[in-house]
Design a protein around this ligand. Structure first.
Ligand code: ADP
Ligand code: ADP
Length: 230
């Protein structure tokens, strides 16, 4: 059984068909890049795979558990306990310190404040952020902020990490650095990884890549449809 298996995903927003029949398998520990031009359905696919959106039709199974069939409340719990999320720069809570941002998901899944903060401190040190614990997001560089976001996504030791343009608005060298940290840290906890990106250099950090055009998966490297990005 794959860690995550999606079959026949269709998603419509009113008259717009965002996904038109997508199958995806994600193996244990595998990293998968989802590429495609703007409007091709990448974010919708990520949100459906992550149980944020329920597809119009089709199934998404986490180790055989059909997530789309769960209630909103059950999906919310599942996301919190079994998934981690990294979004574009700017997703940290600006009033909290780096340490508090990382500790929060652990506290939301039942850890005491003391245990969560101890674990958060270890994560920050492991990702090269010792000394930055007390800083707020506004006092961090973009690369540092995304490392904090990686620590926040991994502190609960999720089974799958979902990253939506995690290097968006970073320069290329910093983006590489963040991707290396994201991939290595994800591997270290045994999680699988899904990364949505329009940057082929970012996708190159992943084990495998799929390309989405008009809500369908096309062969990797295909340029059908044009506007394939970099
Ligand atoms: P990408 O992430 O590749 O840019 P999206 O998944 O965001 O693509 O969008 C796929 C299609 O679905 C686009 O045509 C987009 O305009 C449409 N879409 C996305 N989200 C919504 C929404 N909330 N309401 C209506 N249409 C949407
Ligand atoms: P976009 O695709 O437009 O850049 P994001 O990827 O940042 O937007 O977020 C897409 C949607 O997913 C937003 O409505 C956001 O509130 C929601 N979202 C983000 N993180 C989570 C989460 N952990 N659980 C549930 N919903 C989330």
């Amino acid at each position: 059984v794959p860690r995550l298996a999606a079959r026949g995903l269709v998603h419509r927003f009113g008259d717009t068909s965002a996904l038109a029949g997508v199958d995806v398998d994600l193996a244990d520990g595998e990293s998968l890049a989802v590429m495609g031009p703007s409007g091709s359905g990448k974010s919708t696919l990520l949100h459906v795979l992550a149980g944020i959106l329920v597809p119009t039709s089709g199934t998404v199974a986490l180790r055989g558990l059909e997530v789309q069939a769960l209630s909103e409340k059950e999906r919310s719990l599942l996301r919190r306990r079994r998934y981690g999320f990294v979004f574009q720069l700017g997703q940290l809570l600006s009033e909290l310190s780096a340490l508090e941002n990382v500790a929060l998901p652990a506290m939301l899944t039942g850890a005491s404040r003391a245990d969560a903060q101890a674990s958060a401190g270890q994560w920050l040190a492991a990702l090269g952020l010792a000394g930055a614990e007390g800083r707020r997001p506004g006092e961090l560089s973009g690369g540092q902020a995304q490392r904090v976001a990686v620590a926040r996504a991994l502190i609960t030791r999720p089974e799958v990490v979902f990253a939506d343009e995690p290097t968006g608005s970073l320069d290329q060298a910093t983006g590489h650095d963040v991707m290396q940290v994201l991939r290595d840290a994800t591997r270290a906890v045994g999680a699988s990884l899904v990364v949505v990106t329009h940057d082929a250099d970012v996708a190159a950090w992943c084990d495998r890549r799929i390309d989405v055009r008009d809500g369908r998966v096309v062969a990797p490297g295909s340029t059908t449809g044009g506007g394939a990005g970099p």
